[in-house]
Design a protein around this ligand. Structure first.
Ligand code: ATP
Length: 329
């Protein structure tokens, strides 16, 4: 049944990502252009359950497009995993007159959105907000480009010290289930190798790559490692330790970039992506779309059923693996 939308809620959930503020701004201003009221929900699903609502106007989002983090705060909310928690969230939405919800977050947040929308027949639009770039149906997620640039900046700095001491650096980056950050930052920083969850890493082959790099003009080497760990295998510490034990001629060091990858002012690319997606979220609601994630494919806005966005694996382009292998020779 088609329903008129007077008021929408917007929230950010899961890990924060640079560009979330640009997305909130775009949602608020596009909604206001259609005379739709906007309620900001603080701290993701937690705020929905605890009724942490604030009224958002066009001026509430002034001076936010360039800011990292999220002005609505974010949280991981275990209560939303329960049907009682979601019932409370729904009752609060009804009480506040919220007719539809825009959820900005990663895979987990959209999984919650999908369940909620099914249980309560609610129009929900998802925006892919995660630095991991692991959502199916969109070429890029909000925050990925900024995180990638931050990593490359750090690797450039580490390269200076790696060179000065003839060291091998294992640099761990985020991406538990997806290697986009590790693979692409390795290409962009001229690293010797990337260890990603989508690939199999053979330590002898890794040693060969490092040796190859050292034989060239370089006396140091950089290996980008996704944080992914399975049964105690994986992560920069694990690989550095193995290399050091099996190839004691290498002087291996580890840097874990951690949360600095999430911070900082969004790149122009992420600001534009977030602005287009936030605008598209309201257009989608106006068209009567529901339970879709906004994606961008080949520079065109697409509506991806949330069920597909969260269930399908986003494959890493195999060409990227060949590019790194050939160019690091
Ligand atoms: P990131 O990609 O940065 O990790 P994310 O959105 O995947 O972000 P999660 O911690 O997985 O982050 O999920 C955020 C929140 O979404 C959870 O704290 C929970 O409130 C909700 N959520 C996740 N999975 C479910 C689920 N199966 N059912 C209901 N709610 C869920």
């Amino acid at each position: 049944m088609e329903r008129h939308i007077n008021t929408i809620g917007v929230l950010t959930s899961g890990g924060d990502a640079p560009g979330m503020n640009a997305a909130i701004r775009a949602v608020v201003r596009s909604a206001r252009a259609h005379d739709i009221n906007v309620i900001g929900v603080m701290r993701g699903y937690f705020g929905l359950i605890e009724k942490e609502f604030i009224k958002l106007t066009s001026s509430s989002v002034s001076n936010t497009i360039q800011r990292g983090g999220t002005i609505l705060k974010t949280a991981r909310c275990t209560a939303f995993l329960t049907s009682e928690g979601r019932k409370k969230a729904y009752d609060n939405m009804v009480e506040a007159g919220i007719d539809a919800l825009v959820v900005i977050g990663g895979n987990g947040s959209l999984t919650g959105a999908q369940l909620f929308a099914r249980e309560y027949d609610l129009p929900i639009i998802g925006l892919p907000g995660t630095i991991d770039n692991d959502l199916y149906g969109t070429d890029s997620t909000i925050g990925y480009d900024t995180a990638l640039n931050t990593i490359v900046d750090c690797v450039d700095k580490i390269r200076d010290t790696a060179n000065s001491h003839d060291r091998i650096f294992f640099i761990e980056v985020m991406g538990r289930d997806a290697g986009f950050l590790a693979q692409n930052s390795a290409i962009a920083s001229g690293a010797e190798a990337a260890i990603i969850p989508e690939g199999k890493t053979d330590v002898d082959q890794l040693a060969e790559f490092i040796e190859r790099g050292k034989r060239k003009s370089k006396n140091s080497a950089i290996v980008l490692v996704s944080e992914a760990q399975k049964d105690g295998v994986g992560g920069a510490l694990y690989y550095a330790d193995r290399i050091q034990k099996e190839y004691p001629q290498f002087d291996a060091r580890v840097t874990i970039l951690g949360h600095l990858q999430r911070g900082g002012s969004p790149t122009a690319y992420d600001r534009i992506l977030a602005s287009r997606m936030g605008y598209a979220a309201i257009e989608a609601l106006m068209e009567g779309q529901r339970n879709v994630m906004i994606g961008i494919k080949n520079d065109e806005i697409v509506y991806v059923p949330i069920s597909r966005a969260i269930k399908m694996d986003k494959p890493i382009n195999k060409e990227l693996i060949s590019v790194l292998n050939v160019l690091s020779m």
